[in-house]
Write a protein that binds this ligand. Structure first.
Ligand code: IP8
Length: 269
């Protein structure tokens, strides 16, 4: 990896579960996408960088089967907690190995080992290992994970939440969300073909398009997108630039890391 210290500060790149795993398949990594993205990250050479990935067909089906998100009810769920975490560890290994193969000094770090949640939101985070890894020039690779929860016993912590939280805590300058759609649209493009892709918007503009996003009937896509936008608001308020890009299209993540405008950019003003 050609390292290029980014004078603009920390970049956080979140790769969605729908990007790093095969849609609709169980425990199947999308290896061509993972390898290509590892190459793009390596070629861009951005430092400091934190990578976060989602769960897709690894974390979500197991978390759902054992009711992990809603918390502890019965001992039979414990094996489900273990299985969900193990699935995420193995997905993380695919991502980290691909990055290392491309010369990126990636370091897989399980959020469950340094984070505690309360009612599904991060209550405390021991960020010292992360800070130290970053200052050495390592690339921490985190993921959506199970966590121990002060109210629920355990729950699921999304990669979006951890990415946004770290963006605020480490005053990231950029948070890039790599997803499987081209960005944010004026309306749901699956319902209204005249929907337009939004290139840039401010938090104030966001309130105006909010109705369009919320009004969509496609809960699958919009649920994910709504959740993402909600998480992105605090880092944007703190001055981070957010970018929503289609990471399934080759070159997009490279361009975004290089500072080009791809997809939808959201800024404070
Ligand atoms: O895909 C969820 O992470 P996400 C991870 O970022 C698990 O929401 C364990 C389901």
């Amino acid at each position: 990896m050609k390292r290029r210290d980014n004078a603009e500060g920390l970049t956080i790149l979140k790769l969605g579960g729908s990007v790093v795993t095969e849609k609709g398949a169980l425990l199947t990594p999308n290896m061509p996408a993972i390898r290509r993205l590892a190459r793009e990250v390596s070629d861009a050479g951005v430092s400091p960088l934190i990578l976060v990935h989602g769960g897709g067909g690894f974390g979500h089906p197991l978390a759902e089967r054992y009711g992990i998100k809603d918390g502890f009810r019965e001992p039979q769920q414990l094996i489900g907690f273990s299985k969900t975490h193990e699935a995420m560890v193995s997905l993380n290994r695919f991502v980290v190995e691909a990055l290392v193969e491309e010369g990126v000094p990636a370091f897989g770090m399980p959020p469950s080992s340094f984070t505690v949640t309360r009612g599904g939101r991060v209550a405390s985070i021991h960020d010292e290992p992360l800070r130290m890894a970053l200052s050495l020039g390592l690339v921490p690779v985190l993921y959506g994970d199970v966590t121990l929860d002060l109210e629920r016993g355990f729950t699921v912590l999304s990669g979006d939440q951890i990415a946004a939280l770290l963006a605020v805590r480490f005053e990231a300058k950029r948070i890039i969300m790599g997803v499987d759609v081209d960005g944010l649209y004026t309306e749901d493009p699956k319902i209204n073909p005249s929907a337009r892709l939004i290139r840039h918007l401010t938090l104030k503009d966001l309130e105006e398009v909010w109705g369009g996003i919320r009004g969509s009937s496609s809960t699958d896509v919009t649920g994910g997108m709504m959740g993402k936008i909600l998480e992105l608001i605090p880092p944007i308020k703190h001055g981070a630039k957010a970018l929503i890009v289609n990471a399934l299209k080759p070159g997009n993540v490279y361009s975004a890391l290089k500072g080009e405008l791809v997809g939808t950019e959201i800024t404070k003003e």
